[in-house]
Design a protein around this ligand. Structure first.
Ligand code: MTE
Ligand code: CO
Length: 452
């Protein structure tokens, strides 16, 4: 894993039976972990909180020899460390060097990868650090001097305008927290469990606090004609990324953003400015934004016809499926973050989000969806932003089939894989928001599986 790539395709498509806990035996209830045991473990969980924490206290005061790491003075406690001039721009500790964006070699045809993934398994809270936000480029990263960057608004407007960066900074600005999810996130999992790690199955998402100018102010400055109904944002990169966006969305909550998490956008995220299209699929968030045309109908560009449409079972395709539906995933433990401490008190955590609004509730199952418990939502709850959830419980050491299921404020419930396939078939790449299962073995190792 250290090379930053998943080198081979895991074609196991592993399916496990809910009734035998992932054991190979075909006879339900015959294996070490029976359905009854899984149900029992789920029932114990309801009362495990306080007892589990007592267990932790005992573990912290073991009956063993004095620990030299607490009794002896260590090098870092003895010698003078670096001064402030050593790190004018801070980096993570070298001990965190494996927590990086990673790509999957076979996903990109040529040697230059065009997508990498956020290491969700190692993150907490709701903010994605700038250096770990996944990247998706259709023509590589445009390196742009902001002094040479312009944004044009043209088409069905009273006054076509060209803004400099300085002009943009004179409009009232706002700070808002949103997730960006690529429509292709979890796209490799339609036909079966494939990639072993939530970084790869779910890592085409990041959640950032944007500072930007509401697009409605810039449109008002140009004066949209009454015939103007659609917007076509265009990128300054060689892919000239363009997507048709209904004018109402542009006026409702879109931002022309220039800061992420307080500092300038990173070049890979569209420096010096990008369009923020809250709750809608990532392709519409045009980076290196250079032009917005106002028109009276959609343009039917490549990225909204041959790409980013959802091929259904009957051969027809759904189009203009902009909103990212309610979804969640347990990020830790997960295949890249196995359980190493053995049985007893532990924390499972994950992310839940909905392109429609806020998350109301997240349920967690340890038995493949047979029994569900409420998870604890923690941290700020913003519309169209990720929500952090925790499930604090005592693991009895038996195999688990960990799942999470999100419900948004409008009552939309995250579907199972079977429900999603019944509605949409398996031909699509995009908009897979189904429930993910992690199979936890007795030894704490974890695998991407499906339950039948
Ligand atoms: N904008 C431009 N100009 N060029 C691109 O290639 N990729 C799109 C979108 N905006 C793209 C773009 C896609 S498919 C996604 S998912 C998001 O940007 C990814 O944003 P990120 O790189 O900040 O994660
Ligand atoms: Co995308």
């Amino acid at each position: 894993m250290d090379g930053g790539k998943v080198s081979e395709k895991t074609a196991n498509h592993k399916t496990v039976n809910r009734d035998n806990g992932g054991h190979n035996s075909q006879t339900p209830h015959s294996a070490g972990v029976s359905r009854r045991k899984l149900v029992k473990s789920a029932l114990t969980l309801g009362i495990s909180g306080a007892a589990g924490l007592t267990g932790l206290k005992a573990a912290a005061q073991p009956d063993r020899q004095p620990d030299p790491l607490i009794t002896d003075i260590q090098d870092w406690n003895r010698y003078l460390g670096d001064g402030v001039d050593a790190r004018p721009y801070g980096h993570p500790s070298p001990f965190e060097k494996n927590i990086v964006r990673r790509d999957v070699a076979w996903l990109t045809a040529d040697s230059k990868s065009s997508v990498n993934f956020t290491p969700l398994h190692a993150l907490d809270g709701i903010i994605t650090p700038n250096g770990l936000c996944f990247e998706r480029h259709h023509g590589g990263i445009a390196e742009i001097d902001p002094a040479s960057h312009r944004l044009m608004i043209n088409g069905l407007v009273d006054t076509p305008l060209v803004f400099t960066m300085e002009d943009i900074l004179r409009f009232p600005r706002e700070n808002r927290m949103y997730f960006l999810e690529c429509a292709a996130n979890t796209g490799m999992e339609w036909r079966g469990a494939q990639l072993n790690g939530c970084q790869y199955t779910h890592g085409m998402i990041h959640n950032v606090m944007y500072t930007g100018v509401p697009l409605k102010y810039l449109l008002a400055e140009a004066g949209v004609k009454t015939s103007g109904k659609w917007l076509l944002p265009e990128g300054a990169d060689p892919s000239h990324m363009t997507r048709s966006i209904p004018l109402e969305k542009g006026l409702e909550d879109c931002l022309v953003a220039f800061k992420m998490n307080g500092e300038a956008l990173r070049p890979e995220q569209g420096y010096p400015m990008r369009l923020v299209v809250p709750g809608w699929e990532g392709t519409m968030w045009v980076k290196w934004l250079r032009r917005i045309e106002v028109g009276d109908k959609p343009w039917h560009q490549r990225e909204e016809t041959s790409k980013y449409t959802d091929l259904l079972e009957d051969g027809t395709a759904r189009r203009f499926t902009w909103e990212m539906d309610v979804k969640s995933v347990i990020t830790n433990p997960s295949p890249q973050a196995p359980i190493t401490h053995g049985r007893g008190q532990m924390v499972a955590t994950g992310l839940a989000w909905s392109g429609h609004g806020k998350i109301k509730r997240v349920d967690v199952s340890v038995d493949g969806g047979r029994n569900w418990q409420h998870a604890r939502l923690d941290g700020p709850s913003y519309s169209k932003s990720v929500h952090r959830f925790y499930y604090d419980f005592a693991w009895d050491g038996h195999p688990m089939m960990l799942q999470s299921r999100a419900i948004d404020e409008f009552g939309r419930v995250q579907p199972t894989k079977d429900q999603l396939r019944a509605a949409r078939g398996v031909n699509s790449i995009y908009h897979n928001n189904s429930i993910q299962t992690w199979l936890v073995g007795k030894d704490g190792s974890i695998e991407n599986v499906e339950v039948s």
